[in-house]
Design a binder for this molecule. Sequence first.
Ligand SMILES: Cc1ncc(COP(=O)(O)O)c(C=O)c1O
Length: 453
Amino acid sequence: MRNSYVESDKQYVLHPYTNLRTHQTVDPFIITHGEGIYVWDDKGNKLIEGMSGLWCASLGFSEQRLTEAATKQMQKLPYSHLFSHRSTEPAIELSEKMISIAPDNMARVFLVNSGSEAVDMAIKMVWYYNNALERPRKKKIIARKRAYHGITVAAGSLTGLPYVQDGFDLPAIPVMHTATPHYYREGLPGETEEDYATRLASILEEEILAEDPDTIAAFIAEPIMGAGGVIIPPVGYFEKIQAVLRKYDILLICDEVICGFARTGEMFGSTTFNAEPDLMTVAKQLSSAYLPIGGVMLTEAVYEVMEKGSDQHGMFGSGNTYGGHPVAAAVAVETLNIYEERDIVNHVKGLSGHFQQGIERLAGHPLVGQGRSSGLIGALEIVRNKETKVQYPVADKVAAQIANFARDHNLILRPTPGDSVALCPPLIINEKELTLMFDRLEASLNDMQQQLD
Ligand SMILES: Cc1ncc(COP(=O)(O)O)c(C=O)c1O
């Protein structure tokens, strides 16, 4: 086996979300193989993948049925496409299956290759929709501060994290960023969660009125904000926000790229939080991340207007070479079959209490201000002072240091903006593995505490 991967990586690989200069002095963390919820690095360490990679490898790292589904399809038809009335059996089967498990009002699917592409496509659909309705001014999109919707030009414009936009001339589409629904940080003294949600909805309404409702096309929201820090909306949030959106004829796009497919203990996060989206974007757990695939689901009402648009323009003029790729689609179909056979929703529901207990136990740690969780996704927000919620200076990167300690304890977790550490383990995890994961996280918090003392 070659032994020069480390040097070749530094020499040739341009890494996403990495300081390019620092990478020249830090050895890459090379993952070589995986089994169940574990991955191994090139030094032989066996780590719990507490983040399912990037919130995606729901079935862990050794699901043979997905390997077999890919092989079978690869041998039968490795490539075809969906342009100009052409189709494939896996793309048809997948679309039908997605609609069968989606909230009732979802009716059609457009397949793409990633979460960012799904978000870009959803935005294009919303614009196309308003053009078909002869509302050419109704184009602005409302996203939220700390949202993560991806990195392509439209998706990156919607993302509300400065490091995704800085240096890239983003936002490049008309977008407004409204408040992050973070009760622990933003709730006022004495304000209930529900009051806070009411206040957020009235702030939103004021912003819409100030901007002119006739210029606003859609509101995009992750049911739980993932990369922004696993921020769980306050009670009643989506109901109240959606009442405002309906009043001004503004579509709701739920970005289900992380929450979709049982992460929150329901098939979709929209269901968990009582949102009724007009469009939904999905990716990641759709194929357990074994192959890249994503999609936009939409209601019949939106679809019918788009149909009218395609009459006006001669066609729906958008598509990707690999959109609905037959091998990725076959893997996604098999993933959804496995979710169904193993009743993944109830499996997650059954484990969510145990997960929540782990989070609550560590919320008692001196370094933790708040622990939050839903289904099998959660985070601990790190504070210097539990009473005042004052945090450590951003430059201290305490959450990132905890993630480094966790690595020493053979646990992969993720530091997020707002000094939280996130957990999002493969959905196939069991109680014993969850306990081990939280024990390792506790040891990492203790290491951090010791260093700070
Ligand atoms: C909610 C959400 N939307 C969109 C994306 C972008 O997906 P991708 O990285 O596949 O482009 C992500 C990625 O983490 C995400 O979390």
